[in-house]
Every structure is written in C-alpha cells, then in structure tokens.
Design a protein around this ligand. Structure first.
Ligand SMILES: [Fe+2]
Length: 586
C-alpha cells in the first residue's frame, strides 16, 4: 500500500511517502523551495517524494492530509463570531492568515495529482502529531502527550497507544484542551512580546531564559490557571490571538509585564530592560515546564505506563522534556526528530496505514534521514568550475582523518553526508562542525558564520558511549539526547574545556550519537577525540540565519562562500578556502 502524507498551509509544509508500512522518504518544502518555513502547498516536496520512489500519482492508494480543514474553518468562524463586533474588521484577515487555502485542500490535491476525491483522506491534527511521535518510537505501548499552538480545536491531547504485529495498532486520545486555551499560544505570546517571530523563534525565548531568573512566575500564573480536571485555562483578558491575527497579547498584558521589546532593539542583558526580558523568558519557561510536568505526572498515574511519547511543536522545548523525564514518573521519554507540523506529514501517512487501513505494525527506522542526498561529485564540479581547491579522498578513512585535523586546528567545517534530516535540527547530515572548546569559537560561529544573536546557545554532539563523562544525563537522558530533544547540565569539571557549547546556566542541548545512526560523523568524533582528548564537537545546523538548512551540494557550496566556514565536505569531496589549505597533522 502506497500512501502520501501532506502537511501544509500553516507553517513548515512537508510531504512523506509510506510504502508497505515503512517510511520511504520525507522532506520539508522549505528545503526545496529555499523559503524558510514555507507554508505553501508542498508541490516540490510531493514531486520529489514521488520521483524518489519512481511513482506516478495514480500509483498512490491514498493521499492523507494532516488535519481536517472544515474543523479548522469551524473554529475560526466560531471565534470570530464570539468576538463580534470587535472582530468584524479583522475577520477577513484572520481567515486569510489562519485558514489560507485550507478549506479547498481536497480540490487542490485532487486537481494537482489528478486523483479521485475518494482517495483523499484526512486525519485530525493531533492524531497526526500523536502518530508521528508514537508510531516512529521503539516502544510497543506508551502514553502520548501532544502540545502545540493549535490544530483544528485541540491544543493539547493526552492518550495512549498500543502497537502489535499480529493485532491492530491503536492510538486513543482520551482528552483534549481546546483553543483558545493553549500552552503553545501562551509561549508564542511571550515570543512576540520579547520581539521575536512567532512559530519560529520560540527557542530563542528558551535560550534567553537561561540568562534570567523566574522572578515573574506569579505574574505569569495570572495568565494561566490550573483547572479542576488537571488541565489549564488562559485568562483571555491578557491575550488577543483568539480575536485578531494582528497581535497575540493585550494592553493588560503590557500593564502587567511592562513595555514590549521592539524587534530591532538589541537585548542588552546589563540593562534593566534586558534583565526584565530575560526574567520574563525564564518565568514563562518555568510555568510551561511546571504545567507540562503536572499533566505528564497525572497521565503517568492514569495509564500506569513507563513510556511516554511527546508530539507537537512544544515538544521542541528541551528543558521541559528533560523535566518530564526526571519528574513525571515515566522512565522513557520519546520525542521524534520532527515533532512539529512538518513531521505531521509522516504522522498522517503512518496513521492512515496502521489505523485507517488496519495494516500490521512495522518497526520504523529510528533516524531522521528521509530527505534528498548530498552529492560529493556535484560539489567537486561546482568548486572546480569556480577555481577553488578541491580534494577527492580515496576512502572515508582519509577524509575523516583530514577533517579531524582541520577541526583540531580550529577550522570550521560544513559537513554534508547522505540524506537530509526531517525536522528543524541538524543531527549529523547537514551540520556545521567546530571545536567545542572555547567561548571564542561560539562567538565566531554566531558572528561570522550564523550571523545571529549572541545569547543563543550552540549545541554539541558526542558519541553516546562518552556522553556520561561530559554531561549529567539522568536515566533515560541518552535516549532524549538521540535527536537533541533534551537540555542537560554539562558536568562542572568540563565546562571550561567545553566553553563553546556550555550555556550561561551550565546546560546544553546535546546530541548523543549512536554509531549506527551516522557512522561517518561517529568516526569523525572518535578521530577528533584521539587528537584533542575530548570527542565532543560543536554541531549547529548548516544554514545562515533566516535561511532553511542546506539541502543539495549547491546550497552547501553557496553558504560556504557567504560565511566564515573554512572547509566544506560532501561525500568524499573536500573544498577549502584559501588559507585553510595546508593542514599540519598533529
Ligand atoms: Fe501542530
């Protein structure tokens, strides 16, 4: 059975192909269109998936869209009517920004792919999140907690799942919190208030939180209260996201927290305002964590299960995930590499396969590499046409030895290896790698390479066997660190030696790398460890600020030319900038 999953029209569109119960490929539209967070109907991603598998649209048994457009329409209409007459001016705008072309999705899919309407299926938004989290995790039975801004109506669901090779797979979502009560929207309101972009910069709030103290928790708690059923409700007087697309927080919010930050105003942490913003970030972060831990703890008590799968964009919050692991009672916490809406393309296709069609369960490969491959031959051609020094290595060993020499000599490496990651994180196939030793390297990366705010932490990658030596991983922490889904403490004695990746509060969002997942990067870490004594590298996504992660060799090469990366690697091809050519091995 051949199923195409699609997510689109909100942010970060994607397509994914599942054949005979197994994912075959998946890619975000932004990686192909080169428009960051591209929300358009993912024509390029669909084309690539079909070509990759050698399929025509007619060969598909079904196309599965990741949410139900009419339910979303129902929510937007209901909210606009509730807010009437206040909303009459903004209603068309809200319709456009929140709904876009969604209502006509069936027609769009049908006309583009030439498929009959009966072959087009819809899952619910949070069913897609739940499926993306549970059906890709190595567990047969788990509790499920999905949290995001909003889908159709749901903003958070709790439930459980059972996978069985001889019986039916089931995902049961027991309860939901409904819009406008939303943890994602709460966090996004603060994201906007702090001068960052909603649905994109939430992780900057988490980074900024590390610089602050949660001095305003009581104030944030005025915005969100716990309800009798153990869920939560927002005090809507402080928000406007439910009645207008223009602003997410109200003037009462400003009365409580003070004037918002202008997006173009730099954050000076030494100033009173800078401190206030950092404390604000720390406070909303703390309340988010507390709320999630409370809900996870009661889900653990209710289900009695030892595993939990987290889905939805809020599952990108690594600090909250780590607290769920240590405080909720679950012994294993699984977060997929793409818990946000892009991952819903894969989730929707898997949901249809296992639940709608009732096909037998299959173990899904436990990695994020479902996209197009980077081609070393293409890189060699581009660079030689451009007159750059190109080196073709005879085998992986020599490529790894030379690249480890570069890294040990303080050079910054653009690393492209095989298939592109699905999801927002570079997990070893499209990474910028560098020494993790000094704060100077962190500043260099932020200033000359990523062109971004300095307070944002950079992350390390370490072989899984060595992770414990450098980082304080609780039981189950290494699993959470597989896809960089948890934030943990750098061991005190290693903080000075790992200055580039240790955040101001002593934490880091590490990737604990399993050899099988990315063997070449694993070998590189070991080779680097032999040279420097510490097998830990700084690993940040291969893109410049405001651009999607690079996909093909040509995008890697273009990025290499436009920033301070010294060496670019794809396949067995190495390209160096002048001045970075002669490397003296130690
Ligand atoms: Fe979502």
């Amino acid at each position: 059975m051949k199923l195409l999953g699609i997510s689109a029209h909100y942010h970060d569109s994607a397509a994914a192909l599942v054949i005979d119960g197994m994912p075959v490929c998946a890619v975000q539209e932004e990686r192909l269109s080169r428009r960051k967070n591209d929300a358009a109907f993912p024509l390029l991603a669909i084309d690539w998936c079909l070509n990759r598998a050698g399929l025509e649209p007619d060969d598909l048994d079904a196309v599965v869209f990741y949410e139900r457009p009419m339910l979303k329409f129902d929510r937007i209409l209901t909210c606009a009517l509730r807010a009437f007459p206040h909303s009459w001016r903004t209603f068309p705008e809200a319709m456009k920004s929140s709904l876009g072309d969604k209502v006509w999705v069936r027609g769009t899919i049908s006309s583009y792919l030439g498929l009959p309407a009966r072959k087009i299926l819809f899952t619910r938004h949070h069913q897609s999140h739940a499926a993306a989290a549970f059906l890709t995790a190595p567990t047969d039975r788990a509790a499920i907690l999905t949290t995001d801004g909003v889908g159709e109506w749901a903003t958070l669901t709790v439930g459980h799942g059972v996978r069985s090779t001889n019986g039916r797979t089931a995902i049961t979502l027991l309860r939901e919190v409904r819009f406008p009560h939303s943890l994602g929207m709460l966090y996004s309101a603060f994201t906007a208030y702090l001068g960052f972009a909603i649905n994109e910069d939430e992780y900057k709030v988490m980074g900024l939180a590390g610089y602050g103290r949660p001095t305003m928790v009581d104030k944030v708690r005025r915005l969100i209260r716990q309800t009798e059923d153990g869920a939560f409700a927002l005090d809507l007087d402080y928000f406007e996201f439910h009645s207008t697309a223009r602003r997410s927080y109200s003037s009462r919010f400003i009365d409580l927290f003070g004037p918002p930050r202008h997006p173009y105003e730099p954050i000076d942490l030494a100033s009173a305002d800078g401190e206030r913003f950092a404390n604000c970030a720390a406070s909303v972060q703390r309340v988010l964590e507390d709320t999630l831990v409370t809900m996870a703890r009661s889900l653990h008590a209710e289900t009695g299960l030892s595993d939990v799968c987290l889905g939805g964009g809020v599952a990108l919050n690594g600090v909250a995930n780590a607290r769920i692991l240590t405080e909720s009672g679950f012994t294993r916490v699984f977060v997929p590499p793409a818990p946000g809406d892009a991952g819903c393309a894969l989730g929707a296709a898997l949901y249809a396969d296992r639940i709608h069609f009732g096909n037998p369960d299959r173990d899904v490969p436990d990695h994020p590499f479902w996209g197009p491959a980077a081609d070393g031959v293409e890189l060699a051609r581009l660079a030689s046409e451009d007159g750059k020094p190109v080196e073709q290595c005879e085998d992986d060993d020599s490529l790894i030895a030379q690249t480890a020499d570069d890294l040990a000599a303080g050079r910054v490496v653009g690393w492209m290896d095989g298939a592109l990651e699905l999801g927002p994180r570079a997990l070893g196939h499209r990474s910028i790698l560098a020494s993790a030793a000094t704060t100077e390297m962190r500043d260099r990366l932020n200033r000359d390479i990523k062109f971004r705010d300095e307070f944002r932490p950079l992350a390390p990658v370490v072989p899984i066997e060595a992770a414990d030596r450098y980082f304080e991983l609780p039981a189950g922490g290494a699993r959470l660190a597989r896809f960089m889904s948890g934030v943990f403490q750098v061991r005190r004695e290693w903080r000075a030696a790992l200055g580039a990746i240790t955040h101001v509060d002593g934490t880091t969002r590490l990737q604990a790398l399993d050899r099988e997942m990315a063997p070449r990067l694993y070998a590189l870490l070991q080779a680097y460890g032999r040279r420097t004594g510490i097998p830990v590298l700084l690993n940040t996504s291969f893109n410049l600020s405001g651009e999607p992660i690079v996909n093909r060799a040509v995008e890697g090469y273009s990025t290499f030319l436009r920033c301070g990366i010294d060496v670019l690697v794809a396949g067995r091809t190495r390209v160096m900038k002048k001045g970075a050519v002669s490397v003296s091995p130690e």
